[in-house]
Design a protein around this ligand. Structure first.
Ligand SMILES: [Zn+2]
Length: 389
């Protein structure tokens, strides 16, 4: 699991010569590639990284870490449900591994003076929900927690229904009575589970909820759900709660969550482009985003997965400039070239408490600059409002 503090510490690291190694491993679906191919891919990436670092005069400062990554890749025995991130810098005594949900765009290896943290930071954003999955039938409830791609079955409740009576009894009276009793038991069971979910929802133990059941039970369950549960309910799926496996539940839930995440990201991009086009609470393009960050206006930073840019960074006040100026426009100190501005942006975002959202495969966003920010306010307009008020 990732937390903000671990991320901040990694983001603060800076090392010369460039020997901060960031490795992201995205497993391939088992049927497409063998484990062997994945290990070869990692070896190729390591060879390229070594060549590049020698070319830049870093004299293989990262060699030991890169060799360790080759070893690690050979031992990633096809655990295809999980991705992995490794951040290593032997010179600073750092080797950190994180297991991640398998939704990285691809396997990557980067050697630079800072760690490449944007994909990791993006997993902490607001679209990453703690999901509760409940499987319900008339007798049982199975409750699962799903977060960052990891699932566990938290509780399994089984309330055996009274035995159904086949005989007619006295004029059908007894059988009918027992059938009603079974009905009542099932309804009471749905109600008990719904109330338990309400208590957990109000206690903040999950953000969103999915319910899996037999098709014919949905209309029986639905009326028992209290408002706080309904508000968090993302959707229903059809399953047999008695036999569904952990892996089936995880797959179904992950698919639904991915759709929801995509919808939220598309909505953010639409909002950003709309706001920016009417000079509202949106900044588009690196130059405007940098200005908004320096004014402390940014609420969410949207970063295209393929976004890359070289900037000048002040060695003193950390001011970033899209023009390759020698001296800082703010304090006059010497600048240095930063060949991946996203690393500097992630550090800034973490320090300032700005939420980072990774946008992948959105053409409209890419055309609009592939980087943007949703703003809390706009400093210029705020002043005007204050004067008016
Ligand atoms: Zn400066």
């Amino acid at each position: 699991m990732i937390d903000r503090e671990a991320l901040r510490q990694l983001a603060e690291l800076e090392v010369t010569p460039a020997a901060a190694v960031s490795f992201y491993f995205q497993p391939q679906p088992a049927q497409n590639k063998s484990h062997r191919d994945e290990a070869i891919l990692v070896k190729d990436l390591v060879r390229d990284a070594l060549r590049a670092s020698e070319h830049e005069g870093a004299n293989g400062a990262a060699r030991a870490d890169l060799e360790r990554i080759v070893e690690l890749a050979e031992n990633l025995h096809g655990n295809h449900a999980r991705a992995k991130a490794v951040f290593a810098c032997a010179a600073k005594g750092i080797w950190q591994e994180f297991d991640l949900p398998a939704r990285l765009p691809r396997t990557r290896l980067i050697v630079n003076s800072r760690f490449h943290l944007a994909p990791l930071a993006a997993m902490l954003d607001s679209t990453d929900k703690r999901c509760c999955v409940v499987l319900l039938d008339r007798e049982r409830a199975r409750i699962f927690d799903l977060h960052q791609g990891q699932i566990n079955e938290r509780a399994a409740i089984y309330e055996e229904a009274p035995r159904r009576v086949r005989s007619d009894g006295f004029g059908g009276y007894e059988a009918g009575h027992r059938e009603r009793h079974v009905e009542n038991e099932a309804m009471r069971h749905f109600k008990t589970i719904a109330e338990m979910l309400q208590a957990q929802a109000l206690a903040g133990s999950f953000d969103v909820l999915l319910i899996g059941c037999h098709a014919e039970n949905r209309s029986e369950i639905e009326p028992h759900l209290p408002a706080p549960v309904k508000q968090r309910l993302l959707g229903w799926f059809i399953t047999d709660p008695a036999v569904a496996t952990l892996e089936q539940v995880r797959e179904t839930a992950e698919r639904t969550l991915a759709e929801v995440r995509l919808g939220e990201q598309e909505a953010m991009v639409r909002e950003l482009i709309g706001e920016a086009s009417r000079n509202g609470r949106g900044s588009l393009g690196l130059k405007h985003v940098l200005a908004s960050l320096e004014r402390g206006e940014v609420h969410r930073l949207l970063l295209g997965e393929s976004f890359a840019a070289t900037v000048a960074e002040c060695s003193n006040c950390r001011h970033l400039d899209t023009r390759m100026v020698r001296a800082c426009a703010i304090c006059g100190h010497a600048t240095r070239e930063v060949n991946d501005v996203t690393d500097a942006l992630v550090l800034r975002a973490i320090r300032d408490g700005v939420e980072l959202v990774h946008i992948a495969g959105d053409d409209q966003f890419e055309r609009a600059g592939n980087i943007g920010a949703l703003l809390r306010f706009r400093a210029d307009q705020n002043t005007a409002q204050k004067l008016a008020g």
